[in-house]
Ligand binder design. Structure first.
Ligand code: OGA
Ligand code: NI
Length: 366
């Protein structure tokens, strides 16, 4: 930890706001810093020792006694329901294979997201914006660290964000347009199938969760984690839980994603052609804690090749609908663990804090 002492002592005597603004003004993200040839990362990216983790201080995969299950969607229905239920209760994470989406599409999609992030500056800069909700954005934006100005330390990644239910196809960068549109169609189907399986896993009728229209909005991110010259000083993404109902994530073969299980960090090992599924805070609440929203993180990429991943977060269609544990899952033995609230209230809480540690569920516990 000696490497961090100097960075921490310098935290107080530099103009952090100014450096954040200067970095944001480049509109080129961390990829721009790497391209400029830096060998030391700017102070705004230094994480304090207590939240710092990196490849060499995490258990290597061979020492881990637990693994995130890989579930074959061609197995018998009852087996699938049971495996998904167990994984969602224990880790809040699982991987699925054989879900009927062409592996070729998955490979093309990652390749095209990488291509977007590697566009020449003049083609990428016009997409740089932090707010993708405005009409002028067309629902599309590129930025580095959505919580850049709220967090104590920035992380080593850039993001392409697309609001899938409202985007203007013309606003989508041409380099990945076709693949994003195709991927969205496939994910919509897969999310429905998974919600049916998750519903059955809770002992409910198979359409019960879908009837709540809790996956109608879809936000897509295309994450790019360039090589980090000082990976022991920063992280790729800080430990967090996803706010939404369900996340469907595709990662490349680089590795770096880890899930917290009772204080132990477990690698989500890349499996070619598999998708990583995770339970979000909203589904944890709806299930009255039968399912867990898994805390996860990504270490700063120490490798020369960039790491690319893409996730679609599904959330309720009407953010003003009341949200809370399903009445069927509440009884005198198992009282409701959460207050009723609107999904939009979760979003406001989420955006007001940095993406770290404190799960949104903790704010709505009864
Ligand atoms: C996220 C996330 C993990 C990854 O975008 O919320 O956790 O592997 N991404 O990029
Ligand atoms: Ni996440």
């Amino acid at each position: 930890m000696t490497a961090n002492t100097s960075s921490i002592s310098s935290l107080s005597n530099y103009n952090r706001d100014k450096e954040l603004q200067e970095f944001d003004n480049t509109k080129l993200g961390v990829k721009g810093l790497v391209d400029s040839g830096i060998i030391q990362i700017p102070r705004i990216f230094h994480h304090p020792p207590d939240t710092l983790f990196h490849l060499s201080n995490t258990d290597s995969s061979s020492e881990q006694d637990q693994t995130i299950p890989v579930i074959d969607l061609l197995s018998k229905q009852a087996e699938i329901v049971q495996s998904i239920r167990d994984a969602s209760a224990k880790f809040g994470f699982f991987q699925v294979i054989n879900r009927g989406i062409s592996v070729c599409l998955l490979d093309r999609l990652l390749d095209r997201i990488k291509a977007f992030h590697e566009l020449p500056p003049e083609q990428k800069i016009p997409h740089y914006r932090r707010d993708t909700t405005t009409c002028s954005s067309g629902g599309v934006g590129f930025y580095s660290n959505f919580d850049l100005f709220q967090s104590d330390a920035a992380s080593w990644r850039d993001t392409l964000e697309i609001r899938l239910e409202q985007f203007d196809p013309k606003a989508l960068p041409e380099v990945c347009r076709e693949e994003v549109i195709e991927w969205d169609k496939e994910v919509k189907q897969l999310a429905k199938r998974l919600m049916r399986l998750l519903s059955e896993g809770l002992g409910l009728s198979r359409n019960r969760l879908l009837q709540m229209s809790c996956i109608e909005r879809r936000l897509m991110v295309g994450q790019y984690y360039p090589h980090c010259p000082e990976p022991n000083k920063t992280v790729g993404i800080t430990a967090h839980t996803d706010l939404e109902t369900l996340t469907i994530l595709l990662q490349d073969q680089c590795g770096g994603l880890q899930v917290n299980c009772h204080g132990k960090w477990i690698d989500v090992k890349p499996v070619h052609g598999a998708l990583v599924i995770s339970i979000g805070d909203t589904l944890q609440i709806i299930s009255n804690d039968e399912y867990k929203s898994g805390e996860h993180r990504v270490y700063a990429n120490p490798f020369l090749n960039p790491r690319v991943s893409t996730a679609i977060f599904s959330s309720p269609g009407n953010p003003d609908n009341r949200n809370g544990p399903l009445p069927e899952l509440v009884s005198s033995e198992r009282p409701s663990l959460y207050q009723q609230h609107k999904f939009s209230e979760l979003v406001i809480k989420f955006l007001s804090k940095e993406l770290e540690r404190k799960s949104i569920t903790s704010y709505f516990r009864s």
